[in-house]
Design a binder for this molecule. Sequence first.
Ligand SMILES: [Zn+2]
Length: 293
Amino acid sequence: MSTPILYELRCRECGKTWGNVPRSFCEDCFSPLEVAYDYDSLKKIARRENLARRDFNMWRYSELLPLPEGFTGPNAVGGTPLVASRKLASRWGLKNLYFKNDAVCFPSLSFKDRVVATALSAARRFNFTTVGCSSTGNLANAVAAQAAQQEMSLMMRNRDLLKKDIQRAREIRSHIPAIQKDCDSFEQSLFPESTAYSAISAELDSLAGKSGLHLDSRAFKPKLVKGHDLTELDIDAQVTGDYRGVVRFLNSLQRSSNYYAVEGLTARSQARSQSRKGGLQVTVHIKTYYRAA
Ligand SMILES: [Zn+2]
């Protein structure tokens, strides 16, 4: 009997499902992914009576968490007490009001311990050996504390990784002639200087049109690449249209057979951008190259 898929990632905007993979956004429309549960299958597995028999911490809900096979929680994350608030309850006219005291959550005394415990167990499931985060404080504490608990396996795996890096470097060295050939054919695939501007303009026009956008303007800033017969071209393309059109436009640039790197976006303020018919006005900063001959 095959195990049912109890949960998977689903795009909040377009609804595409991505399975259980380490991915943070939808590659079709750049929207955030959320966990979608199959509640009918879960109902058969996650039973109240089973949960009640387990220790009172976050791991008792293991059926709902992305845990590796045979995983046991490294410490008692969660299960923090509810504290009754009588004064505030009576002021607000409530019979019962409780605060969840996550200041006693383990191991770093922050509610961030819950999300980090979940993320790190998922990371182990996907065989990640290094974890990190951007943080204003609590999250970094939680990541550091929980990663430290797995230090031994991290060190051993890092040694294996180093071996792999050396092997990879050797492979790259043996492939240098082929890489040089790839570089040459990449350069040859670029537009020649004589037609670059008109060809790029035409393609931007066409891609914007197919995406349902209007290309208002494009500004080119060329810069010679030292030591190569190449010119780097920064393009600011200003487009007007709706959100989905902008996403389609970005996708089509990435999928073009010509090389376009989207470096960033600048959107005008909502009030100003809505003053024009058609919605958003966005400047897309693009980088490409053309060759001298
Ligand atoms: Zn999507």
